[in-house]
Ligand binder design. Structure first.
Ligand code: AMP
Length: 282
């Protein structure tokens, strides 16, 4: 497994692989890997000739009062896990390699899709995401790029970027991977103390209750939102950032739950902000 820190070397490696006829899969991550990340690596491994995983805690997608400094890191462990998955190359640049002095470009997606949900509670977040992913696409030159449904809005924004800016690649979505008790896996789960970890189960449990209500015929988003609020507010450590239901393609407002619809939650436990979602499909 090659570990590459330089943009130029990564680009050269990918160009050589493409010239040899290999189809490249890219899994972008911020490291501190768990089974959610590894599920995407396995999808790529099954689908592509060569698999690249990027590990880069992207400063541009963190707000000034967010957890950039505290974000968990363990490169040694990550590399061991990726080696065992048969990954071909790991791209692990320093921030200065990605954003040299004077860097001033950005890719932004206008419109509701990037302004609602995390776009409104984390101003500038998606601008950071689209910019870094655009750079990763130009550096790693993938045929396919893999993103988790865990970050539903992120993958929607990136699909739109790829479509509208004509990137010659395909985005593949992987399903949400959960702990046995239902908590969606996240590198940020390590911030939770025992009590918060237990109460964090309200995210997946409330989504399960919403799903059951929808399967039972409920189509009123206001009623489903009320049900979610009731569940989550019953947990004393939970502080709701948002509970929203939009259409599952462009995040438009909806009056009736029709497929696809996205039910999205962001809830804080102390300083830790967790997200989870349910895509209601036909
Ligand atoms: P991150 O390292 O948190 O930026 O995540 C890197 C990629 O892994 C993103 O595409 C995430 O959506 C995906 N991912 C993170 N957690 C999960 C999970 N629990 N299930 C599936 N994919 C995930």
């Amino acid at each position: 497994m090659r570990v590459i820190n330089s943009v130029k070397e990564m680009q050269q490696w990918s160009q050589e692989q493409r010239r040899s006829g290999n189809r490249l899969g890219l899994v972008p991550t911020m490291g501190f890997l768990h089974q959610g990340h590894l599920s995407l690596v396995r999808l790529a491994r099954a689908d592509c000739d060569k698999v690249i995983v990027s590990i880069f805690v992207n400063p541009m997608q963190f707000g000034p009062n967010e957890d950039l400094e505290d974000y968990p890191r363990d490169l040694k462990r990550d590399l061991t896990l990726l080696e065992a998955e048969g990954v071909d190359a790991v791209f692990n640049p320093e921030p200065a390699e990605m954003y040299p002095d004077g860097f001033s470009s950005a890719v932004t997606i206008e419109g509701e899709i990037a302004q609602k949900l995390c776009g409104s509670s984390r101003p500038g977040h998606f601008r950071g995401v689209t910019t870094v992913v655009c750079k990763l696409f130009n550096i790693c030159l993938p045929d396919k790029a893999y993103f988790g449904q865990k970050d539903a809005q992120q993958v929607m924004v990136l699909e739109k970027m790829v479509r509208e800016l004509n990137f010659p690649l395909e985005i593949i979505r992987g399903p949400i991977v959960r702990e046995e008790d239902g908590l969606a896996m996240s590198s940020r789960n390590t911030y939770l103390n025992e009590e918060q970890r237990q109460q964090a189960l309200v995210l997946s449990r409330s989504l399960n209750a919403a799903q059951a209500a929808i399967e039972g015929g409920e189509r009123d988003p206001a009623k489903i939102k009320a049900l979610l609020w009731e569940y989550i507010e019953a947990s004393p450590l939970a502080e709701v950032d948002y509970i929203e239901i939009y259409d599952g393609e462009e995040l438009r407002d909806i009056n009736t739950i029709e497929c696809p619809a996205l039910i999205a939650l962001a809830v804080r436990f102390g300083k830790t902000r967790l997200i989870d979602n349910l895509l209601v499909e036909g």
